[in-house]
Design a protein. Structure first.
Length: 259
């Protein structure tokens, strides 16, 4: 089984730099135990500079990198409140979340904007992590995925698509969603199958050419093995559990033991 990718999405947490450094130091210590996990930390952008300095100062060549939770597609200009991809590259980021449900549904980010961000990341040699998934349990999964993939990948070549990570994250399975429900491996594998079929038909991909498929949806130390034991699932996008040090350490250990 190939190495797994774990993306820690801290969202708007923690509230102080000291706390962020403490969690990051802990992650450095934990990932040093494993050679078969790639860990990407996506902190609030205000902490990137100090975390980047810390990572550069660490000489252990650990399998850990920094990602961003959002990007802007223009390099500079009159865009109040935005942070360009070129500015973020100063902090040695390797990945960028694109199309997260928080931004799709809470902020109203359009498919066109998501597509622009994916293209900007690729142009900057940053790996986009395109998040897709239905809002409500019972929605037409195939239709939702086709629409989001068609819009999110619009204008990209097959070669570019192979450089993207695609994460299935149904909104109804996220713990902060009112009335959240637990997802199942069968549903996740169904979603990955639908995504694969879309890529095969749209880009004439074969199995070995597929981008990595991740899952995000209330991942914790109790369900991580049930999800990631399947070879089709390349890794996970983890929210709240990535901030709880002991639980996150348990997650990393369990993932490593799968490989």
């Amino acid at each position: 089984m190939q190495n797994k990718i774990i993306i820690a999405n801290w969202k708007a947490n923690p509230t102080t730099l000291d706390e962020a450094m403490e969690i990051f130091d802990f992650c450095l210590g934990e990932i040093s135990k494993y050679q078969n996990i790639q860990l990407i930390i996506c902190p609030p952008s205000v902490y990137l500079e100090e975390l980047s300095k810390k990572l550069i100062a660490d000489n252990r060549q650990l399998a850990i990198g920094l990602g961003v939770q959002d990007i802007f597609w223009e390099k500079s200009g009159p865009y109040t409140g935005e942070v360009s991809i070129d500015m973020l590259k100063e902090f040695n980021i390797s990945h960028a979340l694109v199309g997260h449900s928080d931004r799709r549904y809470k902020i109203g980010e359009s498919d066109e904007i998501i597509n622009r961000k994916a293209k900007a990341a690729l142009a900057a040699d940053i790996t986009p992590v395109l998040l897709v998934g239905e809002k409500n349990c019972g929605d037409d999964l195939a239709a939702v995925l086709e629409q989001q993939l068609s819009a999110g990948l619009a204008g990209l070549t097959a070669e570019q698509v192979t450089k993207i990570l695609i994460a299935y994250e149904p909104v109804w399975a996220i713990s902060t969603t009112p009335g959240a429900e637990s997802d199942t491996p069968d549903n996740i594998l169904k979603a990955i199958g639908l995504i694969s079929n879309y890529l095969i038909s749209g880009y004439d991909f074969r199995t070995g050419q597929m981008p990595g498929f991740l899952y995000g949806g209330s991942i914790n130390d109790k369900n991580i093995v049930d999800f990631l034991k399947h070879q089709e699932i390349s890794g996970a996008v983890i929210g709240g559990a990535s901030l709880r040090k002991e639980e996150f350490a348990e997650i990393l250990e369990k993932v490593s033991n799968l490989l």
